[in-house]
Ligand binder design. Sequence first.
Ligand code: SF4
Length: 460
Amino acid sequence: MPLSVFDLFKIGIGPSSSHTVGPMWAAHRFALQLDARGLMDQVARVRTHLYGSLALTGKGHATDKAVILGLAGDVPDRVDPDAADGLVADICASGRMKLFRRHDIAFDCDGDLEFHFGEFLDAHPNGLRFAAHDESGSALLEEAYYSVGGGFVLSGTEIGKGADPPGSNVRVAHPFNSATELLEIGRRTGLPLADLVLENEKAWRSEEETCERLRNIWRVMESCIERGCRESGVLPGGLEVKRRAKCLKEGLLARPEGALSDVLTVLDWVNLYALAVNEENAAGGRVVTAPTNGAAGVIPAVLTYYMRFVPGARERGVFVFLATAAAIGMLYKTNASISGAEMGCQGEVGVACSMAAAGLCAALGGTNEQIENAAEIGMEHNLGLTCDPIAGLVQVPCIERNTMGAVKAINAARLALRGDGRHFVSLDKVIETMRQTGYDMSTKYKETSLGGLAVNAVEC
Ligand code: SF4
């Protein structure tokens, strides 16, 4: 099934694409099903069962809030992040919900959301099951969904029986499933990777509309950074993690001459952009899933570095960056996974780093071979990166890890640009290595908060 740039870059809310954005879409899809089958008016109760990683880290990732909002008719790209908490609080306090914005039902925020700790559905570590009942308690509809990473959701039928998910009949101009194929198409057509991807996007919409949507993705990334640099205080969830971006920015602006004596000040700015995005994400703010929420800071940080520090940077470079980064993300999504629950953090921050390295290399004029090299370097040195969020919150190590991913991506692009594109390990091989490493990794290091920092760092 061909993927679009906008499957990789989606506007949503924090803190997690697989645990917040995906479950909200799943709940929304279930409510849609009730509506489409004419069952809505008979519904008296909806119960939601959360399994695997959604149960183990769902509270810290606001999965409960996301399910409530989705059932109530909200979707991640349109929900108002500032109003979401109030809406959920009202539903929980009143014990009533307007299902899909129109049908009043009883809703018990504790009893109707069940966290099945230690139980996993067979098809995927992030499973959830909805059941709608009528007044007599008879089941009207039951459906399982799987949040497979990056906000993607598959129903039980789609994941289990290989049924084609929506959009799978789209035919793109330059189909590809591997980096080798991508490079071959580039050689044959003489087109840069970004142009190949933008040609493919015409299967979904006009070029003008694609440009406008890319512009909007960039606008949301920029405003996320701006907001992240304005807000201060402590992040929600109980860990008492202080937001750092505002203070860091004030320090950088207070001593601008410091940049003259310290050429690495640019790294402070890159760190700032990533911190700002991931603090916003942790606070449940508006972010672009890139390709996941936990890793949402890497690409905006590197893109902002490009726009503010590279002489001659322009909007066309932003489009080239995003299209190229998306092409690399598609390869990971197709041949491995971008889910922390399946791959560990190598599948989130590692993939974002690889995508950002390729995007920056392309925006700086790299050849297709250099871009593939940059993407490969970006992942090679993230292989084995585990996912062990403390208290199940997307805060420690996630926020800082994005700063590391961003800086590593810039270095990967620079390393690749200093070469001629020839290198030892191919991108396809590193993606396959990531996949194997992910499946070999113990479950406790895959978004369950059962190992690593999550058990060794003292909670304060
Ligand atoms: S450690 Fe990485 S994969 Fe795990 S929640 Fe944090 S950002 Fe996501």
